[in-house]
Write a protein that binds this ligand. Sequence first.
Ligand SMILES: Cc1ncc(COP(=O)(O)O)c(C=O)c1O
Length: 413
Amino acid sequence: MNDLFEALDDINPAPRLLMGPGPTNADPRVLRAMSAPLLGQFDPQFRDYMRQTSELYGRVFQTQNNWTLMIDGTARAGIEAALVSLIEPGDRVLVPIFGRFGHLKAEIARRCGADMRGIEIEWGTVFEPERLESEIKAFKPKLVALSHGDTSTTMAQPLKELGRLCRVHDALLYVDATATLGGMGLPVDGWQLDIVTAGLQKCLSGPSGIAPLTLNERAEKHITRRRHTEQGLRAPDDRDGEGKIIQSNYFDLAMIMDYWSEMALNHHTEATTMLYGARECARILLKEGLQAAWARHALASRAMVAGLRAMGMRLFGDLTHKMANVTGVHIPDGVDGEKVRRALLEEYRIEIGTSFGPLHGRIWRIGTMGYNARRDAVLVTLGALEAVLAGEGAKLLRGAAVDAARNVYREAQ
Ligand SMILES: Cc1ncc(COP(=O)(O)O)c(C=O)c1O
């Protein structure tokens, strides 16, 4: 044991420029906020930070919802909390799948005992609204659950009409905005989304570990029907809701809402350090302005696309629906994709993404998100990729990528 202790140094990772599909580098201000001293979770100062965080994320989600709160855990903790709290065994759930994270929601819905119907399209495309409408009409789901942007394919599903459609057909709508919140517009009230979750590690410039969640009165009604207070916390006059108890204790939104409410009913021990980080992510984003942040992401994406094209690379997927914060690009024929990623990491300390499922070994995914949706990050990544590809014998026009990206930035000034 002593030997191990002596052999270990302090944690001192090499610097990295994280240009994959997330995580991205955290804004240094977020990391500084996270080094603030710990408070007890019921300390009035800490409860104030919770209230402020809730209010800030209400603005980030562009909603007047009564409930905007943080789920402790990575983005999929938010997904599980939303799905397990809404789905009662046997409920019909429609999951439109256009990438890996659609499959994730389908799997979680199945685990919740849903009568789940997954509908799939080719990766790199999105659903036509007419298809979604006819599926909703035919299946009559209680809940429709899908991603806004799916980082596995780099596609963003248009959602503008879907909320209205779900209301007409009396379905709830859950949206996983892990990969887009802060980087693309997502007007939760404007698009009539009932429950939405996100993560910090993409466009919000933080580390993973908290999932912001917002829900409206339609979703609240379903959740409070299932409210069951934990035995050790019950008051004598506590009455359970008439719905089935939520299968998960940790992700029981009814209990988490009691914990976040003025009642402050004990549930988990809040991850205070993560909450500081989440609060700082939202504060920084709102200080920049939502529109300005979306424009910054769109510009970085245009510059990355222009650079890759100038290099002669082929982009992946239906570009009219490409996410603003991540770009899929075909690995050129004859190039070993993993060797290139390794050289980028070892020689330049830059990380870009590989891909999953049917796209594995076919495309790289390059993120321009959150703190890294910046000109210098785009230019350095393009320059490094070009040098490594040239070293691998790829035929490309040297210098063209960085020039093209610089031009995009220059024209935007
Ligand atoms: C759309 C989407 N949903 C969910 C997740 C899972 O997030 P996490 O790894 O934080 O649980 C990701 C991560 O890339 C994602 O892009």
